[in-house]
Ligand binder design. Sequence first.
Ligand code: F6P
Length: 341
Amino acid sequence: MRVGVLTGGGDCPGLNAVIRAVVRKGVEVNGWEVVGFRNGWQGPVEGRSRPLGLDDVEDILTRGGTILGSSRTNPYAVEGGVDRIRAVLAEQGVDALIAIGGEDTLGVAKRLTDDGIGVVGVPKTIDNDLDATDYTFGFDTAVHIATEAIDRLHTTAESHRRALVVEVMGRHAGWIALHSGLAGGASVILVPERAFSVDKVIEWVASRFEREYAPIIVVAEGALPEGGEAVLQTGEKDAFGHVRLGGVGTWLADEIAARTGNESRAVVLGHTQRGGVPTAYDRVLATRFGLHAVDAVADGDFGVMVALRGTDIVRVRLAEATARLKTVPAERYAEAEVFFG
Ligand code: F6P
C-alpha cells in the first residue's frame, strides 16, 4: 500500500511528530510506502511529492514547523482542483491520504471523502477550536509560549508601572487567551466569545493601579468591544475566506493610556506562538494521533478524524469534526473572571 501524508493550514509545533509516527508505523509495522505531499493541498493538486523513508524522519520529533511545508490552498477554489488530485493520486499509485490540519484542511478532507477519495484526518491547530477533540496538538505549546511571555512582561510592567496589553492568536476562539491569561495571572482576559465593555476594562485596570500593581491584559486577536467591529490589520482574506485578524491589542493599549493617564504598551505575540519545539504533551499527543491515523487507514476507515477524548484516541466522522467550532463556554470564562481587576 502507498499512503500520502500532507500538512495544511497554519503550521504548529508537533506536525513533524505526526509525520514521524506515520512513517515509523506505516513502514516498519505495516510495510507501506509513504509519500509526503508538499505544501498542504497544493502538493496533491500539483503532483509535488517525495518519498518518505525512515531516514527522512530521524531527528524530527522535536523540530517545530513541518518538513513538508504548508499552505492554505483550497482545491475546491482551484479550477479542476479535485480532478487533478484524483489524477495525481492515480499517477503516483497513492491509495489513501492522511491530512494533518485544522478546520479548513479537514473540511477539504471531508469533501474529498464524499467525492470518493480515501482520507483520514489528524487535528492540529494552536487555536484548539476543533469541536470533536478535547485538545489539538500545538495548543499546549502555544499556551506555554504565551505564558512565558506574560511571566516576563509582569516584571517589566511592574518596573515602569505600565499597563501591558498582550495580544494572542486563536482566531475566533479564546482558548489561548483564557489558558495563558489564567496561567500567567492576568488582570483581565478578553476573548472573542464575549464582547467586552471598554469602561469595565478601564475600571479593572484602574483598580489594579490603585493597588500599586501593573496590570497585564491578555486579549485574543478576535476579541471585540461591545457594539464595535473586529479590529483588522488589512481586509485581506485567505483561500478559505478568513480575514487576517490583529490590531485589537494596540487599539486597547491606546484607549487605556488615554482614559487612565497611565502609560500603556501593546505586545503582539504573533507567530512566535507557532514556532519552535513542541512541549512534551504535544509531542505525545501528535505521536499518538499519527499512530492511530495509520490504524484507520489500515482498516479502510476513511472519512474519519482521530480525536482525543479523555485519555483515549478515538475516531470521529470528519463531518462531525468540522461541523462547528469549539469556543470558550460562558462558564469557563466565568471561572477566569474571579481574578479580574
Ligand atoms: O489558525 C492558526 C492561526 O495562527 C490563527 O491563530 C491566526 O489567526 C492565523 O493562523 C494566522 O494566519 P497566518 O499564518 O496566515 O498569518
